[in-house]
Design a binder for this molecule. Structure first.
Ligand code: ADP
Ligand code: MG
Length: 700
């Protein structure tokens, strides 16, 4: 065979003819030797142990047996052929079966010879059998003394064309033999030492043909580390690049507005966490590079006050500030709160949403352009091109997860020098996700709730207990409290959901009749003015019960509401449940969250409900959510493509994610341009393998 290289097409590898090469390309996307080397086994069979027929039970593991095949028979059923065989060892017999009988098949099966068979034993027709066993003659020397046998994922179609497990093992061995010496190290020596990583070459050999279980573990660790290292390096380099080409507005001073508000109008002492976070942000704002920061904090941790204080700093430095929320209700609420906080200060604040009348809009545009307006609060409407600021210095996005990178980037163009950006999460994001997906942002965390907050008591009830629940609500209302009753609204079955909501509303009205009780309803199909009217009635405590869909999910703040009942709670995701629960527990009273479900629950739903009853800690909830749903579902399909890692599992490999992150941070502090000789392998590898992936986040 001529000398193949890493980038040689698979056609040239011994044992891969043009037909197989075409199939590998078409079916598995494997074009080059490098691609094949990166086609890792998806599991391994432990061939160190040989079982006997008498030991067999139903198990999902692949096992190995030693014996002989003593008969073979073709069976026809409904025009379909299958081949069955009897396998015997000294303890008993096992049926073997092959579907898709091809002419060569019968010939390839050794009769009355000592063999090893591998496969999964499953019950079929009340008997245990093994389908499509892998057969190895004992007379054939093993390829190598391996204990763990790699298993490559493969389709039936490929298998029929001879691309089977044996094929993969053979060609990958061949490639390792001929191009193994081209597997260059791509991490610097110091990182290998500090993080106890084996060499890249060894890792590739061991991942395909592990000598021992420990070697396999080391290989997996090394390759996952490398994968996350380069992913995070991309973000890190991008951040450095962005800062080098996009200067920020240095907010050099903290002035009158901040000081006056802080000393005279602050309605409560800040928590230590709020103080710390404001310090971190101030430090960032003082630099002459643009801030891009993520503010993480649990529901009710007081992110809004942090936002306000930061906006005051912007104004003190002669800039305008904007606060953007995902829904009109939330934007309106922010507007009302902030107006109230600032009522004794001479600052102009306005609200811009989709339902703003044209005349109002015009006025806002004009004031904004002339710089008369200090703070603009709004929804996505703020992002529209028509909205021009005189001098936007800080944009704050509340409830980040509905905002993509792309939308963030639209804010950049709102000033010649892009404004500082602060994004605030609705509920905490798991650490690993923050570290990977959001690694282009700096992160601040509020890890403390304001003093005096009581744990919200959460309980799980089924429909059978409905009367008890109603009684409980009545008691709470008589104490002067208010209640939310939430119905799910999930788009696929919107009409049905509305029916549930209306039925629920009616039954609540029956249970809580006027004039003793007043019940409000709030949902997305209502006109904006009606929504506002109902919201105001509830805020003023003119109604005691608010029946609503998840429109109230995010951020609504009514401290006197102390009970939230969530109907069909099994249909909500964890972070949504936690968000909803956060609508109560905002005042000084003991608050309650009641999760109503049907009695039969799926396993996953049960785990969600259990987690809710067990903890109030949003950071903990977010970890459980990640475990249950996986990263793709948490970030949403649009964004999950960027975190589809080949080797790393963000749930299982948390530790590797954080180790590789610290390695990247350390390297970039020392060598932000990757100029040092020792980092040359990193630089070369990054340029050849990863650079192209980062265009999507290169914003300006
Ligand atoms: P979130 O972080 O969920 O957005 P908010 O900013 O809405 O939380 O704050 C929740 C409630 O706590 C609000 O009523 C707010 O005024 C109040 N709050 C914020 N900070 C403090 C504090 N340091 N002490 C007491 N109450 C606070
Ligand atoms: Mg909030």
């Amino acid at each position: 065979m001529s000398k193949v290289s890493f980038h040689t097409s698979v056609d040239y590898v011994k044992g891969i003819g043009p037909d197989k090469a075409r199939l590998l390309k078409e079916q598995l996307g494997l074009k080059t030797c490098e691609d094949l080397l990166n086609y890792f086994p998806f599991r391994y069979i432990d061939k160190s142990k040989i079982y006997t027929v008498s030991q067999l039970g139903n198990s999902s593991a692949d096992i190995q047996l030693k014996g002989r095949i003593t008969s073979l028979k073709e069976v026809r059923q409904n025009k379909k052929k299958r081949l069955t065989g009897i396998f015997e060892d000294s303890t008993g017999t096992l049926e073997l079966v092959w579907f898709n009988v091809t002419p060569g098949l019968v010939k390839s099966i050794p009769l009355y010879e000592d063999i090893l068979i591998f496969g999964k034993v499953t019950p079929f027709n009340n008997k245990l059998n093994m389908a499509h066993p892998e057969i190895e003659k004992l007379s054939e020397a093993r390829l190598a003394p391996v204990a763990l046998e790699p298993v490559y994922s493969n389709s039936e179609r490929l298998q029929k064309c001879g691309i089977n497990q044996r094929f993969f093992k053979k060609v990958i061995r061949e490639i390792l033999y001929s191009v193994g010496d081209q597997i260059e190290e791509n991490l610097p020596r110091n990182i290998l030492v500090d993080y106890k990583l084996i060499s890249r070459e060894k890792a590739y050999r061991e991942i395909h043909f592990p000598t021992h279980y420990q070697d396999l573990q080391q290989a997996e660790y090394r390759l996952k580390f490398e994968e996350m290292f380069f992913f995070q390096l991309g973000f890190g380099l991008q951040k450095i690049y962005r800062q080098s080409i996009t200067p920020g507005h240095p907010f050099s001073s903290v002035g009158d507005n901040f000081n006056e508000f802080y000393t005279r109008h602050l309605p409560f002492p800040l928590t230590n966490a709020q103080k710390r976070v404001i310090k971190e942000i101030r430090k960032d704002l003082g630099k002459s590079t643009q801030m891009n920061r993520l503010l993480q904090g649990d529901v009710g941790s007081g992110k809004t006050m942090v936002a306000l204080l930061c906006m005051l700093i912007a104004i003190d430095n002669g800039f305008q500030a904007s606060l953007i929320a995902p829904t009109e209700i939330l934007a309106t609420q922010h507007y009302n709160n902030i107006k109230e906080f600032l009522k004794d200060m001479n600052l102009s604040v306005r609200l811009l949403t989709g339902s703003c009348p044209a005349s109002e809009r015009k006025k806002i545009y004009k004031e904004l352009k002339q710089g008369e307006l200090h703070i603009l609060i709004g929804t996505h409407a703020v992002l529209e091109e028509k909205v021009e600021f005189k001098n936007l210095g800080l944009a704050i996005i509340d409830e980040q997860h509905r905002f993509g990178v792309e939308q963030r980037s639209r804010l950049w163009s709102k000033n010649t020098i892009p404004p500082h950006i602060l994004v605030m999460t609705a509920t905490p994001i798991p650490r690993t996700l923050a570290m990977s997906y959001y690694s282009d942002l700096d992160v601040s965390v509020i890890d403390e709730l304001p003093a005096g907050r009581k744990e919200i008591k959460t309980s799980h009830m089924t429909d059978a207990k409905r009367l008890t629940v109603f009684k409980f609500l009545r008691d709470e209302i008589h104490k002067g409290r208010q209640v939310y009753v939430i119905y799910p609204l999930i788009e696929e079955s919107e009409t049905l959901d509305y029916k549930d909501l209306m039925d629920g509303f009616e039954s609540i009205e029956r249970e809580f009749p006027m004039p003793e009780y007043q019940v409000s309803i709030l949902h997305g199909r209502m006109k904006s003015a009606d929504k506002d009217f109902e919201m105001q009635r509830f805020i003023k405590n003119q109604t005691q019960i608010m029946v609503a869909t998840t429109v109230i999910e995010v951020g609504v703040n009514i401290p006197n509401a102390s009970v939230i009942v969530i109907e069909s709670a099994e249909r909500f995701g964890l972070s949504q449940l936690h968000q909803l629960r956060g609508r109560v527990g905002r005042g000084t009273e003991q608050s309650y969250c009641i999760l109503m479900t049907k009695s039969e629950l799926s396993n996953e739903a049960r785990k969600r409900i259990y987690a809710m009853c067990e903890t109030n800690d949003g950071f903990r909830i977010s970890e459980v959510d990640l475990e249950l749903r996986g990263p793709g579902n948490i970030l949403g399909t649009q964004q999950s493509g960027t975190i589809d890692f080949k080797k790393t599992d963000l749930v299982q490999d948390k530790i590797i994610v954080s180790l590789s992150k610290s390695a990247v941070d350390q390297l970039l502090i020392e060598d932000p341009q990757l100029q040092l000789e020792k980092n040359k392998p990193v630089r070369n590898f990054f340029i050849s393998h990863h650079k192209h992936k980062f265009h999507w986040a290169k914003i300006s």
